[in-house]
Write a protein that binds this ligand. Sequence first.
Ligand SMILES: Cc1cc2nc3c(=O)[nH]c(=O)nc-3n(C[C@H](O)[C@H](O)[C@H](O)COP(=O)(O)OP(=O)(O)OC[C@H]3O[C@@H](n4cnc5c(N)ncnc54)[C@H](O)[C@@H]3O)c2cc1C
Length: 398
Amino acid sequence: MDFSYTPQEEAFRAELRAWLVAELPAHRAEWPATDDEFTLHPDKSFDACLAWHRRLWRGGWVGIAWLREYGGRGATPVEQMIFNEEMVRAGAPPGVNTIGLMLVGPALLEWGTEAQRRRFLPPILSAAEIWCQGFSEPGAGSDLAALQTRAVSEGDGFRVTGQKVWTSNAHRSQWCLLLARTDPAAPRHAGISCLLVDMRSPGITTRPLVQITGDAEFNEVFLDDVRVPREHLVGPLHGGWKVAVSILMYERAGIGHVTGLPHYLRLLIDLARRHPREGRPGASHPAVRQALAQCWIEAEALRLTGLRAVTRQLRGEPPGPEGSVLKLSFTETYQRMAQTAAEVLGLHGQLWRGTPHAPDGGRWAFQALFARRFGIAGGTSEIQRNIIGERLLGLPKG
Ligand SMILES: Cc1cc2nc3c(=O)[nH]c(=O)nc-3n(C[C@H](O)[C@H](O)[C@H](O)COP(=O)(O)OP(=O)(O)OC[C@H]3O[C@@H](n4cnc5c(N)ncnc54)[C@H](O)[C@@H]3O)c2cc1C
């Protein structure tokens, strides 16, 4: 593999760096850095991340890989990778509307009508419309095809009734990318459709669910006879399973690919330098050094595996089951880093934010709990292992 960059790619990097040098301090002057912004913007940091998102958008730096006609830059996969690297290097906060950008946009580009793309893509980029993903239900998570939410055809649209759960950001969203059963008589994978649902429609109730970290980022969503016009059907009627599978692949590749792990590793090494373990700096303790080296190796392996995914994109291929490798490796490395911080800090590592003597304002206790989410959201680690076993290794179905 050729790891060198072309002059155009270097020019792209220089343009982005120059923009960051001007814009990031201006953002920081208004919104000083907080730990919260690196934890997918829970309540405390959402406004700051939205302000940063809008700044990126005004500069033309959101959805850069999308075609110019839909508001993107037509950036190549390598430029997208450079963009991700530079954001982490600069310590820039994340933007918002992850589901819109990572799932809805690509789904509409692959499956949507031209009218849907023109209507929905620009406000995704500007975050004028925030999106959520209504896939999981109380009886359908890993086994997504068991979903029971019904969409009954009526006139020029559908009437949707059912319940979704764990719907991230539903309380902030104007739109939901929703799976519903349109043909209950068909075999279960064959009777599903994908709909774009206006969250302001009569009949929708959103109830927050509090997570282990104390934040309420996800929700239960109840749909009671909600009207959805037919032009908001994405892909073929009853053919939503294929749409869902491609969305899940975008999700897995996305979670594993855009990673702040190098930033997290820097913080962890800094922590080990500062915090004593058994009477000497943690960074000179053999067990801590081994753990840090292991974290670095895994983060580097993940980066290189990410390059494989870029190669796939350069060939014009959509994300494949390799996304499961990225997602699983990301999850395990992130959790190992949280575990290493806990080992460096010992009992202090359990002190929560707001508690006197909590190291770094309780960041590490929070991270230890926050890291658990990645082994569940976007498909559990067990499911990723099943996919890798069956689809990459060719093992028989379990
Ligand atoms: C932070 C967070 C955010 C989320 N956001 C969203 C969202 O925005 N939209 C959305 O639709 N969903 C969302 N989810 C839901 C997520 O996709 C589901 O929780 C996940 O798919 C697992 O489904 P489940 O919770 O029903 O668990 P289950 O499927 O009931 O699984 C329970 C356990 O059994 C194991 N298991 C199940 N089947 C198998 C199998 N075949 N082989 C081996 N082990 C198996 C699982 O790995 C797990 O350990 C979110 C979840 C989290 C944690």
